[in-house]
Design a binder for this molecule. Sequence first.
Ligand code: PEP
Ligand code: MG
Length: 871
Amino acid sequence: MTPTALDTRYIYDFVEEPPGGRELLGGKGLGLSEMMRLGLPVPRGFTVTTDASRAYMETGAFPADLDEQLEDALERLERATGTRFGSSEKPLLVSVRSGAAISMPGMMDSILDLGLSDSAAEGMSRTTGNAQFAYDSYRRLIQMYGEVVEGIDAERFEHALSTLKHERGVLEDTELDGSDLRELVRRYKRIYRDALGHEFPQDARAQLRAAVEAVFRSWENPRARTYRQLNDIPGSIGTAVNVVQMVFGNAGTRSASGVAFSRDPASGGRDPHGEFLLDAQGEDVVAGIRAPQPLERLQDELPAAYTELKSALNALERRYRDVQDVEFTIEEGALFILQTRSAKRTAAAALRIAIDMVDEGLISREEAVLRIDPSMLEHVLHPMIDTRATVTAAATGVPASPGAAVGAVVFTADEAARRSVREPVILVRFDTTPDDIHGLAAAQGVLTAHGGMASHAAVVARGMGKPCVAGCDALQIDESTGTCTLGSVTVREGETITIDGSTGRAIVGAAPLVVPDSSPDLDIVLAWADAFRTLGVRANADTPADAARARAFGAEGIGLVRTEHMFFGEERLPVVQEMILAADETARRAALERLLPFQQADFEGIFDTMRGLPVTIRLLDPPLHEFLPAETDATSERMRERIRALRETNPMLGTRGCRLGLQWPEIYEMQVRAIARAAKAVAARTGEPPRVEIMHPLIAYAEELHRLRDLTEHVMDDEAPGVPYLCGTMIELPRAALRAADIAPYADFFSFGTNDLTQTALGMSRDDAEGKFLAAYLERGVIEHDPFATLDREGVGELVALGTSRGRSVKPELEVGICGEHGGDPDSIAFCHHAGLDYVSCSPFRVPVARLAAAQAALAERGTTYEVAGG
Ligand code: PEP
Ligand code: MG
């Protein structure tokens, strides 16, 4: 029947112009229909829309009319192909393939060769004169249908196949002849009957209906769910289903199946790449049953089809203006394209391809900049395993934080801290908690058996710019014997392993690493990005070495120097402890006097490195107890007493930041004095004063900043009159954001400390939330993103926007930045752009990410967009 206006149309033939895009047809369906209209060789077929799948998910049944529409579509397909579905004469066979709006490769199910039955297989064998081909197709159908529709264990079929091969004394599937395969079909049907108590269905239409339903269901299989969670794909969108006329790559030696990329997805090189198998169906290539041949060899084997394929790849690139990843089948020398989609590529290839396509006039610079996923850039800049080396992974897990690292295996954070003094270590744990933070800090990288992208280990490692492989199922740790097993290999504590957080590999032994210092391609694309962005990019750096790296990556200043990190050095810690334990101000000043030269030298180093660019120095902020030993390790009664006196139940909200500076002003005085002297020395040495910005942390009340500004001015006037500087504040408490108009008169700049602002706005302790309930929140979908990684736009973001506008309402020239972790997160950077901030500040490795993300935000605002092409 023809659907009336009241009916929902659930099916579109590839040949028609559909009314919707990928949201309706899925990527694969849209690609097939577009290719059909481009005149490329595509098999006939139709797409069952995502509307149907959503309706199925809601009710657990086919929506009304779907059966009728399926029947109509089949009839049209029969007419177009001159074949009949279920007939034994010239049977129409179809594949039923999933295809969501966002590509989820291999996560859902597909079934091939539907429409075969005992009589159809016999008919096909007769008409083609090729029993091997007919029965090979039939046995594939029984297996796939058995597995996907009925849930029969694949192992049972595999076992029957290898038994038969053994009996026949052959190694390859293709060595089984027609009568062998007829026998195999007999055995497969028995497996089917034994498992289910009924025969394999002989009615083609019943097969089709069950297959469509099974593909709908596969949207909810655990693999697909996990993939969606990892890739932020909403569960509500559902999948389309494509019913496609079968073409046969397994019809003999003039037939083949393969995948082809229009350019090299690893290097970005311009020649097509890929692989194929002669006389095979597509899933053989994916499953790695036989070793496929490189695509170039197709030129010798089937030259006409190869030429046609090359020109199809060309046409697709021109149409989609992006590298395409194509599935193809050649049946008796005739080429068919079964799918096209934008190719996944390495970061290096993404850059190369974008640059080449600009040169070729295919895309503009704006598009080139929009096309590159900012978070991918981290891969270009971290150490990686030398691609020329052959390495074997003993196990794999979730690639949770990019880069590779080599080190000795340790199983506890304490051991990591101890051993890392002598040699590089990899922390190997079931999972990590905030208690392991010192081990994470000491290790080169971390490998966990449990958790994923949002696990504590992953989040902390990404923050630290260290590699992390998480959720490595094949890792088992036996702390009692000091060993772990990686897959089948046992590794003792102290033995060397390599982890690759870009790919998820864990390798026994030391793999050779290369450190890509910079990449010329990256520099080109970032230079384009810089021309588009309006948001400044600074870095958080505490040492001259970090500052130098940040500058090399393109940082336009330092947005945060955490001075407490300078207090931990071996020579310094005892003096810091002396300062904290001092009985009175005189003793405290004496200790501070000895710390001053250290600080001054640190500041001079950073000023020198950042010559001409702003350096924002934050005065001391940590809870004091961090510098003191555990009470049990105290060396005197007085020390024990002080430790007890300084103990706080929630030190993150205790005597921190400006509260410390107001209680013991001599500490901040010393720090400002060190800054002043360093600035003076550098100005004298270079003839150019550094651009100093002095920043006060954890301000809640305007009066706090008022007093600390007085202190700052007083010391600066005293030490370095005439040396220019700015004095400003962090905004990291909700009260400060709300009362920004009171605070701004005392501040030359604001810098949002969104780590603390998130912690205090949400009432979630930074150290306690992540490993604990937050992981469960993310897993159960209570919230979509870790608020400590991606700014909570509606809550914390509103405080940022409010603080900015209230601050500028009284001081329009107020400089505003952000220096929390969010400053390196692309989504948060986009928010900062829209909120009108002047700059973001992030860890040095993320500076390129931030430059690109800032450019993308600016382009998006101008309305320039880029849509992923194909399936
Ligand atoms: C912040 O709170 O966002 C910040 C940058 O300071 P810290 O992380 O040192 O508390
Ligand atoms: Mg803070």
